[in-house]
Design a protein around this ligand. Sequence first.
Ligand code: AP5
Length: 214
Amino acid sequence: MRLLFLGAPGVGKGTQAEVLSRHYDLPHIAMGDIIREAMRKGTPVGLEAKAYVEKGQLVPDEVIIKVIRERLKEGDAKKGYILDGFPRTIRQGEALTEILEQEDAKIDHVVNFFVDEETLVKRISGRRSCPSCGKVYHLVYRPPACEGQCDCGVDLIQRKDDRPETVKSRLGVYKNETLPLIEYYEKKGDLQNIEACGTVEEISKNVQSVFGSA
Ligand code: AP5
């Protein structure tokens, strides 16, 4: 099964993808995680992406498309995947269609998670993540067992792009560049809208009821 998770920054796509990748035994391919890892390692992609990410802007399409093309060739992606944070522009959506056509494959479900802007900002401002294992927490909604520390023992950090001024820029970029992509999938008749309110578990159940039990 191939799934696309779309939605604004902080809506909870990554959290849902993490839960559902375990449930459906599918790799969770998160473009944001791939980019942050490249930035940590200082690879050419990471060095190019850094300035864009830190300003809350999108990394250029040609860089992202090259990265996803390589990632989807890896062995674990053969059985399917959950794509989180890709595509984000019409150009990326068209590139994905091309990649799939070359493999005679298709996306089974395109899910658009939505919630009001006040909730997005609350979720982003309280998010903390582990720089070592990548696990994501929230100070109020998903606190770590031990304050300030991941279950793996490493100190939690706040993402640089989760600072208020950068969040504003990310939300603006989402409206200008990603909303048209959502309309693109809507017109194709592929889109399933899921309201991302309630607990993580409630939302996962709603998603599963759309997909059926694989
Ligand atoms: P990326 O990391 O993908 O950021 P994003 O899309 O802005 O999404 P987020 O990670 O902020 O949010 P999420 O929806 O995954 O929410 P989460 O589950 O963490 O990308 C970062 C940057 O990389 C981009 O700005 C761009 O520069 C670049 N980039 C990435 N992809 C790109 C692309 N395709 N093209 C170009 N550039 C690209 O949840 C948020 C918080 O809420 C967490 O603390 C969580 O615990 C909490 N939470 C989740 N669900 C609930 C719930 N139901 N109730 C209460 N709290 C909840």
